[in-house]
Design a protein around this ligand. Structure first.
Ligand SMILES: Nc1ncnc2c1ncn2[C@@H]1O[C@H](COP(=O)(O)OP(=O)(O)OP(=O)(O)O)[C@@H](O)[C@H]1O
Ligand SMILES: [Mg+2]
Length: 258
C-alpha cells in the first residue's frame, strides 16, 4: 500500500524538478526514516535512472510484476532503462498515460509512506491523468525566479487547483550563485517568493546554484545521500516542512474528486 502520492512539477522545463524529486525522495528516506518510492513520470525525457546511477533493466518478481530498483534507501522506477538511450519515445498522449499506469500498477512497490512522482514539463495528458486517477496528497512546485518560468508555473498551479490537488509548497531553485562571498541573481531575485506570497502558497525553500548539483546528477549519486553535502540543510528543512504541510492539508479535510 502507498500512503501518500506527492508530485513534483513546474509547468516549465529544465528548472530542476528531477533534481528536487530525487533529492527529496532520498532526504525523506535518510533524514526522516520513511519508506519512500520515486516514480519517473517523464516518459519522453526520463532522467531519474541516470540521477540514481541505475544501468540495468528492471527484473521481474514471482508474480510477474516489475521489481523497483532499490538504491540510496529508496525504491525507484523509470522507463529510462527500458528504451535505448539515443531513441525517442514516439507515443501519443494516451499511450504515455497508459505506460505511467503500468509503472504504478505493475511494479511491486510494497509498503510505502511516500511515492514521489517526478512530472514532465507542461500541463499535458500525463499530468492530468495522474492527477485524476490517484488521490494525490499534494504537489511541490519548483521554479527559477525568472518571469519566463513563472509564466508556465502559474499554468501548472492553475491545473493542480482545477483537479483539486493541494499545493504543498514552492521551491525557488537556482536562486543565486555565490562567488567570493558575492551573490549574483542570474535569473532575477525572489520571483518565486513573491509569487508564493501573491497566491498565498507555502514557500518551502530556496536552492542556490551549486556546481556540485550537475556533477551529482551525471554521476548518479544524489547529494542528499552523501554526508555534509551542500544540500544537507536545505533538504532537511524541505522534508520537515513538507511533512507538516501534508498534515495541515489532511486536517483541512480537502475533498479530492478523483
Ligand atoms: N540548483 C542548481 N544548481 C546547479 N545546477 C542545477 C540546479 N538545479 C538543477 N540544476 C541542473 O539543471 C539541469 C536541469 O535540472 P533537472 O533535470 O533537474 O530539471 P527538470 O526541471 O527536471 O528538467 P526537465 O523539464 O527536462 O525534466 C540539470 O543539468 C541539473 O543538474
Ligand atoms: Mg526532469
Amino acid at each position: 500500500m502507498i500512503k501518500n502520492f506527492v508530485v513534483v512539477g513546474s509547468g516549465k522545463g529544465g528548472v530542476g524538478k528531477s533534481t528536487v524529486a530525487v533529492n527529496l525522495a532520498v532526504a525523506l528516506a535518510n533524514f526522516e526514516k520513511l519508506k519512500v518510492g520515486l516514480l519517473d513520470a517523464d516518459i519522453y525525457g526520463p532522467s531519474v535512472h541516470k540521477m540514481l546511477g541505475i544501468k540495468d533493466k528492471p527484473s521481474a518478481s514471482k508474480n510477474k510484476k516489475m521489481l523497483p530498483y532499490e538504491k540510496f534507501l529508496i525504491k525507484a522506477m523509470s522507463i529510462g532503462n527500458m528504451i535505448p538511450e539515443d531513441k525517442a519515445v514516439v507515443w501519443r498522449g494516451a499511450m504515455a498515460s497508459s505506460a505511467i499506469k503500468q509503472l504504478l500498477n505493475d511494479v511491486e512497490w510494497g509498503e510505502l509512506d511516500f511515492l514521489i512522482i517526478d512530472l514532465p514539463p507542461g500541463t499535458g495528458d500525463i499530468q492530468l491523468s495522474l492527477c485524476q486517477t490517484l488521490k494525490i496528497s499534494g504537489a511541490v512546485i519548483v521554479s527559477t525566479p525568472q518571469e519566463i518560468s513563472l509564466l508556465d508555473v502559474r499554468k501548472a498551479i492553475n491545473m493542480f487547483q482545477k483537479v483539486n490537488v493541494p499545493i504543498l509548497g514552492t521551491i525557488q531553485n537556482m536562486s543565486f550563485i555565490e562567488i567570493n562571498n558575492k551573490k549574483s541573481y542570474l535569473f532575477g531575485k525572489d520571483g518565486v517568493i513573491q509569487e508564493s506570497k501573491k497566491q498565498k502558497l507555502n514557500f518551502l525553500a530556496e536552492i542556490p546554484i551549486f556546481h556540485e548539483i550537475p556533477i551529482s546528477g551525471d554521476t548518479g549519486v544524489p547529494l542528499t545521500s552523501t554526508k555534509n553535502s551542500c544540500l544537507d540543510e536545505v533538504f532537511k528543512k524541505i522534508a520537515k516542512d513538507l511533512l507538516k504541510s501534508i498534515e495541515k492539508n489532511k486536517n483541512l479535510n480537502i475533498e479530492i474528486n478523483n
